[in-house]
Design a protein around this ligand. Sequence first.
Ligand SMILES: [Zn+2]
Length: 336
Amino acid sequence: MSCLVISNPRMMDHAPSETHPESPARLAAIEHRLETVPRLVHGMAEPARRSDIELIHPAAYVDAMETLRGEVGYIDGDTLTSPGSIDASWLAAGAAVQATRAVIDGDAQRSIALVRPPGHHAEPDRAMGFCFFSNVAIAAAAARARLGCERVLVVDWDVHHGNGTQRALYEREDILFFSVHQDPLYPGSGAVRERGAGPGLGYTVNAPLPPGMGDGAYRMLFDELLRPVADRFDPDLILVSAGFDAHLHDPLAQMRVSSEGFAGLCQVVNELADEHANGRLSLVLEGGYDLGALSESVAFCAEVLSGSTPPPKATPTPMEERVVSSLLRQHTEHRA
Ligand SMILES: [Zn+2]
């Protein structure tokens, strides 16, 4: 099975400060670790088309971001630009679209867009939380508008809630947004009752989990909540907002997922892609701030996407089972 990895070293030119956790070293560590994974095909990311970005972001917002091109700028305490940041953000959105196009056109069976800055906190008219353009929402919208897809499933397993993706897609019934995240944690949104609005009601699915949840809890949630959601929706494309900051070694959150655990989650979406979407699956990097944990987790996912045997299925501890069961009940009550 072929897996395409799309990136561009110019995304490392986004370097807002020496101490920022979303550092250029993240991409370097991943690229280095992926040298040990066989059967990957590498491709060079190009900047997004403005018309693709404007499927999600208003023209006035894109213009405002352009004024920061080449500049050192301050958006909020977490979100800063260096001279290479706006170039990098166009490449990040472009890589997400390219990776998506590759699996739709059949150039690759699976793909990974290794991008920064990440995207899932960027709202249509507001950069925040290290994010400038909503990379995955842009790719999903482009798949709908230009690439012939009917129904796109976005799975966000970054430990933070993907508020930007949710806001961009909240009233759409053609792109289903599923997020599992730690609660409480930045940015504070992502409650079960946030289920979409208008025609999109029921097409946003949030799974907030308390700190301390590990492989078994996540796997149970994917098997018992994501699977039935995907079966009902029947997507013809699956995109993953693949953040790795739910890792037990991550410094920004308190979850306990292992690198093997992420490979297990990747296997679930891999199977769902085979069952529903003719295998069309693309992972787009979001967060993940421990370099060793991040690079190992991406490598394990890349192995799953290239057809290696996945790790054994994780089972929940009794405590994890109680937590996830309670969450499943909340979902049943909100659907009623
Ligand atoms: Zn995150």
